[in-house]
Ligand binder design. Structure first.
Ligand code: C2O
Ligand code: CU
Ligand code: CU
Length: 580
């Protein structure tokens, strides 16, 4: 395809009719109005998700390539899925409805959420099922994303379209003066195979299983041959590598420098100038790009530079790609600046390391599972290690294979400490991270501390073919060492039984057991959590009690209610249904 990126034409009758491609006219010089013929497609933006709404997974036909239908795995009919845009401190809620024929979960990549909200494959939502994900946003402001994490199906689901942005805005960052609004642009970079246009055919061969399923053409926010009209001003671009396996070496076609301002877990402590950066699957890097020195009418391309990498074939890693063409068409100012200073990051202190864990990445050519961590292949219900809360750990990852492995940890963000012994890190490594690229035969040391949630989380390679092949381990965050949990009552001191009959109308019995004397309350709440009735509120001796609840006496209408046994600081809750 020999296409000029931009063709200037004098305005002529006939030309307009003859061109099937998008035409943009601008009259910055009224005497010589020109038509620009733009090849390609205007960059698309997924719709913004309404917090509290539904995310429905389904197989849908959409137009990725104009005039052609692609069957994608969409969320609410959109590919990429709708973008979550939420403020730090808010509570995120999404009711996930699985209208697809396979089990699925939504994993909120980079987000610190409770175990049961993390979308671990063990918590799969079956076809036809639904699940409410809800958690407070405690992460730093930044660019995160979500994607399928179904057991051994993640790669195919993501390739077919199941992924979307999750952007956290921190009001405290506004004063930094970074470009905002229309000048703050998320770019999800993915690759697909031109041979299969218009379909996202997922048919990995043995070779693809080895190196990952790579494509030869990029899609930016689901747009092939994408262009974006920009003004001569400073922009923030949030780069997300949503590809299964492709690594990009991001740069501008004219080699101009830009500023790296954020890594996976939000803003860095300084804006660092660079002319290129590596972005591996799962990683995000925010950059500031200044178009002010270009002229209106010029174009510049965001590209992936060629680099050497293991593997070969048509879809090999490291090929050059044009990702997104910027057409400079306007002169408006974003008002944004490259901050001279950004808030500091507290770097972990290596003197406080309590435990060092070693991970060795190996390849087992021709084995059933080819990519291993410490010789292991993922098992859904096996816990591979326990990490106590609040204890600084060093994770030493040795890549003993001739493969690229972007290693990712769930739950909290980590910090890269060194790469091959050097603490002089590239800007894309320095800051808060959840995914780090480990090149062949490299050793990378990470520092990590889990403070917030306990439970089972994942550590895996984010080359999704490697992940589905089992290059993934479960770890369990457990209670802090050396701290006895202060609790005057263990949950076993009390027992709350399911009411019977249930559903009921108007009468039901609620049984509970007290093993130690104390103040006890038994209350009824409606779904939104509003108190409806108090059935018990007194000091009680140990024993088994049964209370009869008559809905009629409390003027309660049909619906779902909760009954709660409240004892000191603890409470036990169960659900009951009052029928009509
Ligand atoms: Cu983005 Cu467990 O993955
Ligand atoms: Cu993740
Ligand atoms: Cu890998």
């Amino acid at each position: 395809m020999n296409r000029r990126e931009m063709i200037l034409k004098t305005l002529q009758a006939g030309t307009v009719v003859a061109l099937a491609k998008p035409l943009v006219m601008f009259a910055n010089d009224k005497r010589n109005a020109v038509l620009i013929e733009r090849t390609g497609n205007a960059l698309r933006f997924p719709p913004v998700f309404t917090n509290g709404g539904t995310m429905t997974l389904a197989s849908t036909g959409i137009n990725v390539w104009p005039g052609q239908t692609t069957n994608v795995l969409s969320i609410n009919g959109s590919f990429p899925g709708p973008s979550v845009v939420i403020e730090r401190g808010a509570t995120f809620t999404a009711n996930f409805v699985n209208n697809f024929s396979e089990e699925a979960t939504i994993h909120w990549h980079g987000i610190n959420a409770p175990e049961l909200m993390d979308g671990h494959p063990k918590d799969a939502v079956l076809p036809g099922g639904n699940y409410t994900y809800t958690f407070p946003i405690i992460n730093r402001g930044g660019t995160y994303f979500y994607h399928s994490h179904a057991h051994m199906l993640t790669a195919e689901h993501v390739y077919k379209g199941f992924a979307g942005f999750f952007i956290i805005n921190d009001p405290a960052e506004i004063s930094l003066g970074l470009p905002r609004g229309n000048y703050d642009i998320p770019l999800c970079i993915q690759d697909r195979r031109s041979i299969n246009i218009p379909q996202f055919t997922y048919n990995p061969t043995m070779m693809d299983g080895m190196h990952g399923f790579l494509g030869d053409i990029p899609l930016i926010n689901g747009t092939p041959d994408a262009f974006l009209e920009v003004s001569k001003t400073l922009y923030r671009f949030r780069l997300l590598n949503g590809s299964n396996a492709r690594i990009y070496k991001i740069a501008l076609s004219d080699g101009r420098p830009f500023h790296i301002i954020a890594t996976d877990g939000g803003l860095k402590d300084e804006a660092v100038q660079a002319t290129s950066l590596f972005l591996a699957p799962g990683e995000r890097t925010d950059i500031l790009l200044d178009f002010s020195s270009y002229s209106v009418g010029e174009s510049i391309t965001l590209k992936s530079l060629p680099f050497t990498a293991p593997g070969g074939g048509t879809y090999r890693q490291g090929i050059e790609m044009n990702l997104l063409r910027f057409d400079i068409t306007g002169t408006q100012s974003s008002g944004g600046i490259v901050p001279a200073a950004m808030p500091p990051i507290n770097y972990f202190n290596i003197n406080e390391i309590k435990t060092t864990r070693n991970f060795t990445l190996t390849t087992n050519m021709g084995g059933t599972n080819m990519h291993l961590i410490n010789g292991l292949t993922f098992e859904l219900s096996r816990i591979d290690w326990e990490t106590p809360q609040n204890s600084l750990e060093e994770w030493k990852i040795v890549n003993a294979s001739n493969m690229l492995h972007p290693m990712h940890s769930h739950s909290e963000q980590f910090q890269v400490y060194s790469r091959n012994g050097s603490t002089n890190l590239a800007p894309e490594d320095k800051g808060w991270k959840d995914t780090v690229l480990i090149n062949p035969f490299e050793t990378v040391r990470l520092l990590v501390k889990f403070t917030e949630y306990r439970g089972i989380f994942l550590f895996h390679c984010h080359n999704l073919e490697h992940e589905d092949d089992g290059m993934m381990l479960n770890f369990k965050i457990t209670k802090p060492i050396g701290i006895t949990e202060i609790s005057t009552e263990s949950p076993e001191d009390y027992k709350l039984y399911q009411n019977y009959p249930n559903p009921f109308n108007p009468e039901t019995k609620i049984k509970f057991e007290i093993k130690k004397e104390g103040n006890v309350k038994l209350k009824i709440f409606n779904m939104p959590g509003k108190e409806q009735a108090t059935l018990v509120d007194m000091k009680m001796n140990s024993g088994i009690y049964e209370i009869t609840f008559n809905a009629g006496e409390h003027n309660i209408s049909s619906g779902t209610y909760f009954y709660k046994l409240i004892t000191g600081e603890k409470s036990l809750t169960k659900r009951m249904i009052l029928t009509k």
